[in-house]
Design a protein around this ligand. Sequence first.
Ligand code: SF4
Length: 283
Amino acid sequence: MQNTEQFTNKQKQAEKKANITEIFSSVQGEGPLIGFRHIFLRFMGCDLRCNWCDTPNSLITKSDKKAQIEQKAGARNFAEFDNPMSIEEIANAIIKLEANTPHQSLSLTGGEPLLQKDFIKDLIPSLKAQNFQPIIYLETGGHRYKELSEIINLLDFVSFDLKLPSSTHEKPLWDLHAKFVEILSQSPQVYAYAKAVLTDETQEKDLIQACELLLKNPILELVLQPVSLVFNKSESKEKITGLIDYKIPTPEKMLRFQEIAVEIVGRKRIRIIPQTHKLMGQI
Ligand code: SF4
């Protein structure tokens, strides 16, 4: 009976596939793990449309679009693979990069990786079974709390966004963010931090609401990230999403945002950190 179950589980795992934009090795450019070497697994598809999204190529799921897979860590020698890709194909690509040079983390990113939680549920154990050592890092919009609860036991680190409507031009997600924070509070073994991307249009009331939400969790740090204007993709975001333009907040405005956040959350939990991989010319 057990053998039959094991066989069925393996068969189900073999059938699971995901649409992937790219897999590559680079430097983590955001948040507290800045500068560490990561393998990035970028899933296709997102249910949000942030005005400043820096991964427009990953917003829409298109199976006819090839996955770009780096063949040697850091060499930028990408090969094209048909989508959707199987767990075995993706695990092999990740293990190959890790064999070239040790990485601190595997970053599950997108798009919105939590849309692929069923796939992730099988991918991570498959990697661990092959003695994969890097920590498992999830980068998410911070709104899909149900999906988070299903895979949180597989994660070591969560980087999640608090989406400020005046910055994203999206509808408010406060209730979803609150539930997301609640789940993280129940999982102290997972290190997490929140990130808010700020633009010239960001309103102080949105930042205050985000900070008040963090009062429910005494250890979460908030990174204030001024929006980046540098794009590393050839396709313009307008072409793909029809989104509008935005501006970086002035340095004075960033300092004011930090003062507001410190007043609510405390001086030890609020940092301003820009995206640094773009400054280094990293992807
Ligand atoms: S959640 Fe992330 S991938 Fe989705 S639109 Fe916003 S920035 Fe882009």
